[in-house]
Design a protein around this ligand. Structure first.
Ligand SMILES: Cc1cc2nc3c(=O)[nH]c(=O)nc-3n(C[C@H](O)[C@H](O)[C@H](O)COP(=O)(O)OP(=O)(O)OC[C@H]3O[C@@H](n4cnc5c(N)ncnc54)[C@H](O)[C@@H]3O)c2cc1C
Length: 343
């Protein structure tokens, strides 16, 4: 085990995909549960506010972080169990592995179930926090259990799917257990016989454009999704952003019907208890798409994404987000909520 060291006054610019130049008063990396436990026992760490950092792809720093940033670098990808009766295998991933690396590992092992989540940035350990989702799939569909260390005791606890309380971009770790546990590994149950979902969005037409008309493989579905995402979403390596800044709001059927009279083009997707509406549509129809103020603004092709064109301050992006929320509320009477963690 390495002896964990604490660095001081570390720039976080290269550790968040928005590219915001905030500083952490204290900063340390851990590559195993033992290293993490040792760090948590240091008096400086015990007394400080803690931020667990994965890939920094769902964070907006609005000021320097006066506590300790703990960067998760726990690696490891392995098949731990093969269940021939159900045609599934359990795959365990260290929480510091890249999410897309896990998707590629699964495809290399002829396992399917997470191909629709290809190219989502960030780490495996952060993925359960907001039950990442895209193209008709969510993490919870293949999730088996995770291990997490309790910050106050250093004890490792196992959480199965029920204990995680997954919802739309939600889990118990963003709610009642917020800031209490650090995810150290996640186990997924993946399929030997692929059951592909190509019905969502442009997957089927993209596969056709790729010359694949029938029976795509999981890897081909993954490639189609990578191609769609690259054409739609700004690459954080080129323009700072954290993907969708807002969640898609869920309205009651009554509220949706009311809006639909005034705005017949308003899209909506039935969900239990109501209708989910694309926040991008509401933001675009409030006039924000492509809006730019100096170094920050709203992306010109995807209204859900706020961007840093260069040296934006996180506080300015936050203020813009709240202006957008207020204008959508004033125009549609709908409340938007940030998906990004604002620090
Ligand atoms: C271009 C782009 C596209 C995106 N597309 C999608 C998408 O399609 N679907 C989607 O769901 N998300 C998407 N996101 C958001 C983001 O990729 C996910 O939320 C991802 O899971 C964040 O992982 P991370 O490691 O970067 O987390 P970070 O940003 O480092 O952290 C996010 C939160 O999780 C906490 N955290 C991180 N690791 C741990 C841990 N091990 N234990 C406990 N807490 C932890 C942090 O403290 C923080 O509160 C996108 C982001 C970008 C930039």
């Amino acid at each position: 085990m390495r002896t964990p060291t604490l660095e001081t006054n570390v720039s976080l610019r290269s550790y968040n995909t928005f590219g915001i130049d905030a500083h952490a008063r204290l900063f340390a990396r851990f590559a195993s549960a033992e290293e993490l436990r040792a760090l948590l026992q240091l008096p400086d760490v015990q007394q400080a506010e803690k931020l667990i950092l994965g890939g920094g792809s769902n964070l907006l720093f609005t000021k320097d972080f006066e506590g300790v940033v703990l960067k998760n670098e726990i690696r490891g990808l392995e098949i731990t169990e093969e269940d021939t009766a159900s045609g599934t295998a359990l795959v365990r991933a260290g929480a510091g592995e890249s999410w897309h690396g896990l998707v590629q590992f699964a495809l290399d092992q002829d396992l399917s179930g997470i191909e629709n989540l290809s190219l989502i940035p960030g780490t495996v350990g952060a993925a359960p926090l907001q039950n990442i989702g895209a193209y008709g799939a969510e993490l919870q569909d293949t999730f088996e259990y995770l291990e997490a260390m309790e910050i106050s005791t250093g004890a490792v606890r196992t959480f199965d799917r029920a204990a995680c309380g997954f919802g739309y971009r939600e889990s118990v770790f963003k709610g009642p257990l917020k800031n209490q546990f650090i995810v150290t590994s996640v186990v997924f149950r993946l399929l030997r016989e692929a059951r592909l979902n190509v019905s969502y969005g442009a997957i089927a037409t993209t596969l056709q454009d790729m010359g694949i008309d029938t029976d795509p493989t999981p890897r081909q579905v993954s490639e189609a999704i990578i191609s769609i995402r690259r054409s739609k979403l700004p690459d954080p390596a080129e323009i700072g952003n954290a993907g969708s800044f807002f969640k898609n709001p869920e309205l009651s059927q009554h509220k949706y019907d009311e809006l639909k009279v005034a705005y017949p083009d308003l899209p909506g997707y039935p969900v239990p208890g109501g209708v989910k509406v694309p926040a991008a549509w509401l933001i675009e129809h409030s006039g924000w798409k492509g809006h730019r103020r100096g170094d920050y603004g709203v992306h010109d092709r995807q209204a859900l994404v706020l961007v840093n064109h260069g040296a934006a301050r996180g506080a300015d992006i936050q203020a813009l987000a709240y202006e957008i929320i207020a204008s959508v509320r004033a125009k549609f009477g709908v409340e938007l909520h940030p998906e990004v963690n604002i620090m």
